[in-house]
Design a protein around this ligand. Structure first.
Ligand SMILES: [Zn+2]
Length: 70
């Protein structure tokens, strides 16, 4: 059985919408993963924290390589 919050009646769970008003049952949000965007931002910061020193290191190695060649 489904419950219509608009009409306050119970109707068949086989019905897609309330037979009285036609409003479909609102889907409940899953409790897990409430803020996925904050986790994505944290992952971006992790990539910046890893990527910037690596980039500096690569540039430094390229300069050393060019100096040794030249
Ligand atoms: Zn209804």
């Amino acid at each position: 059985m489904k419950y219509c919050r608009n009409c306050h009646i119970l109707y068949s769970s086989a019905a897609a919408a309330c037979p009285k008003c036609g409003i479909t049952e609102p889907k409940a949000d899953p409790p897990a993963g409430q803020k996925p965007e904050s986790r994505a931002v944290r992952r971006d910061w992790l990539w910046i924290l890893i990527g910037v020193p690596v980039l500096i290191g690569v540039v430094y190695l390229l300069i050393l390589l060019l100096k040794s060649l030249g």
